[in-house]
Design a protein around this ligand. Sequence first.
Ligand SMILES: [Zn+2]
Length: 286
Amino acid sequence: MPELPEVEVVRRGLERWVAGRTVTEVEVLHPRAVRRHPAGGADFASRLKGQRFEVARRRGKYLWLPLADTGTSVLGHLGMSGQLLVQPEDAADEKHLRIRIRFDDATGTELRFVDQRTFGGLSLHDQTPDGLPDVIAHIARDPLDPEFDEAAFHRALRLRRTTVKRALLDQSLISGVGNIYADEALWRSRLHYDRPTATLTRPRSAELLGHARDVMNEALAVGGTSFDSLYVNVNGESGYFDRSLDAYGREDEPCRRCGTPMRRRPWMNRSSYFCPRCQRPPRPSA
Ligand SMILES: [Zn+2]
């Protein structure tokens, strides 16, 4: 499943290859790929025709292409296996090609949405005054966003009766931190995932946020990861970063800080990986 750094790579690809181009034709090849567009594939296609894409934007793992002068955006859901590919018009169709978008220029390339498992798709939405598709208006800024409000994040942590990993995955507090990066940021911060957020001091929450930012920026610098060979970035290269992870997926391997075998615990239908020595569980409250 694409994480924030992979989605950012796709966004950059769209910025480079698709921004400023005007749509001439949209072909919806599978109805599931437009199921979040309730008016259906024909409506989606006709409303895009003649519109010009602006620079792609991202918040957390959400990616969208604003349509110039319309107050609307095409929201892309990559789901588990979705890919946005810019391909030569004469390139053979991918086996799981779901949507094709053609342009009016002479660059000879088209935008393709390819998705084997069809959990992803494209849909058209009105924008909020901030320029967000209305369906994601409630999504908080992500830690790579220069306008992320650190003080407000800390206040929210102190006020909520929740635990630190739940807070990191709460999209109304902070977006784009998935299970993998949450475990990495917690390991770097030496925090147990069940630590109550109300016990975090301001310096501790600032440190945690800094580590979340660092792990994502490091992944971005490497350029992708390969958990899932299905995912390819906008140029058709493998887009998953070769993540070097310190916590996630390292059950029974030695902690890179203290050598203690790492542990895995079931956590909210997922897993949490942690070092039992560096990340002590919170003391049970009386
Ligand atoms: Zn350790």
